[in-house]
Design a protein around this ligand. Structure first.
Ligand code: PLP
Length: 423
C-alpha cells in the first residue's frame, strides 16, 4: 500500500534535521511547498477555457499554504471571519467569496467592507439580513444562491452535502422564492448559483455525471430570475476526493476537465464555471512524522505507541480508515518495504488515554524499533486543522514548511538510496 508513496528528498532531509533538533521524541507536520505549487499549477493548467479555480481554504488555512496557492489560483473561498483575516493577510491578495451556514451579521458587514466579491446565500433569512447590511453600507452586493439540488442516488459520494436534509443551501423547491427575494432586494444583485453537493468524490465518472446534471439544470434555474441574462456564474463547489488507501490511484482530474470543456462548448449560453477545491489541492503536500516511543504486544496484537496521535491528526478517525504508513528506521533512514506475509501487522497509536487514538491498523512493518519514525503521507488537508490539539494538554505539533532541497548533495544521495530501497 504505502510503497506507492515516496517521500521527496528535501522533505526527508527536513524530517531528519528536525528529529536531530528535538530533545524529546518528535511529532511534526511537514508541508512540501514546491510540490504544492506544482500540483496547484497542474490543476489550474488542466482547466477548460472560461473555467476558474478557487481554493477553499478550510482544507488548510496556514499562511504559507495560502501564500503558495494564492498566486496560482483565481481566488479564495472563505467561510468565517477568521478565514477573512487569513485571506486578507495573504502576501498575494486575491478575489474571495464568503459562503457557509450561520454567517454573523458582523462577518457579513466586515466582508463587505473588506471587498468580498460575492456572498453564497445559504438560506432565505440570510437574504433579508444581507439586504439590510448592504443597504446600511449603501452598497450593491453581488450574490450567488447556494442550491441544495434534488439528486438521484447514483450521484452520491461518501459525504452528502445536498440531495438530502442538510443545513446547506436552499432546496430546489424553494429556489423560485429565493430568486424572487434577491430580485426584490434593492441592494443585492444575483449573479448565479452555487452548489457544493459532495465531499470525497473519488469517481471521476460520477463527478462528470454530476456536472452534466448541473449544466442541464442551469437554463431552468437561470430562467427563474427577472433578468436571466444577468446570471452568468455557476460555482460547482469542490469535493474532489483523495484516495488515501491506494495512493497511486487518484482522481483523473485532466479527464474531468476535458469532459467539462466538451460539455461547455456544446452549450448555447454556457455559464462561467468555477471550482472551489480544498482537499484535492493540499492533501498531497503534507506529511505527519511521528516517532515510535514504545512497542508492545497485547492479546496477540502488536502496538506501536508514537509521539502525537489523533489529537494532532484526526483525519484517519474522521474518515474511519487505516492511514498509509511509511517506516523510516532510525539508523539508516531508508524506508523498509513492507511485506505482509512475513511480519505481524501493527496497530499505530498515539499518546492519548483513549482506545480511539488509532492512526492505522494492519500495518506490516519490518523490524520497527523505538526511535524509528513513521510518516503518514497525504496529510496536507483536513489534518492538523480539524484536530482537537489541546486534548490532554499535550503541546501542539510543529508545522514545518519545506521550501527547497536545503542540502542538495546529501538529499540527492538520500533520494537515490531511497529509490533503490523501493525497487
Ligand atoms: C469545504 C467546502 C469546499 C471544499 O471542499 P473539498 O472537499 O475540500 O474540495 C468547497 N465549497 C464549500 C462550500 C465547502 O464547504
Amino acid at each position: 500500500m504505502a510503497e506507492h508513496v515516496t517521500i521527496p528528498a528535501h522533505v526527508l532531509a527536513a524530517i531528519e534535521k528536525h528529529q536531530r533538533q528535538c530533545s524529546d521524541p518528535m511529532a511534526a507536520f511537514f508541508y512540501d511547498l514546491p510540490a504544492l505549487a506544482a500540483h496547484g499549477a497542474a490543476i489550474k493548467a488542466a482547466l477548460p477555457a472560461n473555467v476558474e479555480l478557487y481554493y477553499a481554504i478550510k482544507a488548510n488555512s496556514e499562511a504559507a499554504i495560502i501564500d503558495t496557492l494564492a498566486p496560482i489560483v483565481d481566488g479564495l473561498e472563505l467561510s468565517s471571519g477568521g478565514e477573512i483575516e487569513r485571506a486578507c493577510n495573504s502576501a498575494t491578495p486575491r478575489p474571495w467569496v464568503l459562503s457557509g451556514p450561520g454567517k454573523l451579521d458582523s462577518e457579513m458587514r466586515h466582508a463587505m467592507l473588506q471587498g468580498v466579491e460575492a456572498f453564497h446565500i445559504e438560506s432565505l433569512n440570510e437574504i433579508a439580513r444581507l439586504q439590510s447590511i448592504a443597504a446600511s453600507l449603501q452598497l450593491t452586493q453581488p450574490v450567488l444562491i447556494r442550491i441544495n439540488p434534488t439528486l438521484a442516488d447514483e450521484f452520491s459520494s461518501r459525504l452528502k452535502m445536498a440531495g438530502a436534509a442538510t443545513p446547506f443551501g436552499i432546496d430546489e423547491v424553494q429556489l423560485a422564492d429565493a430568486v424572487n427575494a434577491v430580485d426584490s432586494a434593492a441592494n443585492l444583485t444575483l449573479r448565479g448559483f452555487h452548489i457544493h453537493a459532495m465531499s470525497h468524490q473519488k469517481s471521476e465518472q460520477r463527478h462528470q455525471q454530476l456536472l452534466r446534471f448541473y449544466l442541464r439544470r442551469w437554463p431552468q434555474w437561470r430562467a427563474l430570475a427577472r433578468d436571466p441574462e444577468e446570471l452568468t456564474q455557476l460555482n460547482v463547489g469542490g469535493g474532489i476526493g483523495v484516495n488515501y488507501l491506494e495512493p497511486s490511484q487518484q482522481f483523473d482530474w485532466p479527464n474531468l476537465c476535458m469532459a467539462l470543456g466538451r460539455q461547455l462548448e456544446a452549450m448555447h449560453e454556457p455559464p462561467r464555471v468555477r471550482f472551489e477545491i480544498g482537499r484535492f489541492l493540499t492533501a498531497f503536500c503534507g506529511y505527519y512524522a511521528i516517532e515510535v516511543i514504545d512497542t508492545k504486544v497485547s492479546h496477540g496484537e502488536g502496538f506501536l505507541v508514537c509521539r502525537g496521535g489523533t489529537h494532532q491528526f484526526r483525519l484517519p478517525v474522521a474518515q474511519d480508515h487505516d492511514h498509509p504508513v511509511i517506516h523510516l528506521p532510525r539508523r539508516s533512514r531508508l524506508p523498509i518495504p513492507s511485506n505482509a506475509t512475513e511480519y505481524p501487522p501493527w496497530t499505530v497509536v498515539g499518546q492519548l488515554c483513549t482506545p480511539k487514538d488509532v492512526l492505522s491498523r494492519h500495518q506490516s512493518l519490518r523490524d520497527v524499533a523505538i526511535g524509528d519514525l513513521l510518516v503518514l503521507p497525504l496529510a496536507g488537508a483536513y489534518g492538523y486543522n480539524i484536530s482537537h490539539a489541546d486534548f490532554l494538554c499535550h503541546p501542539r505539533p510543529e508545522q514545518i514548511f519545506v521550501t527547497h532541497a536545503s542540502d542538495s548533495l546529501a538529499t540527492e544521495a538520500m533520494r537515490l538510496a531511497q529509490s533503490e530501497a523501493m525497487n
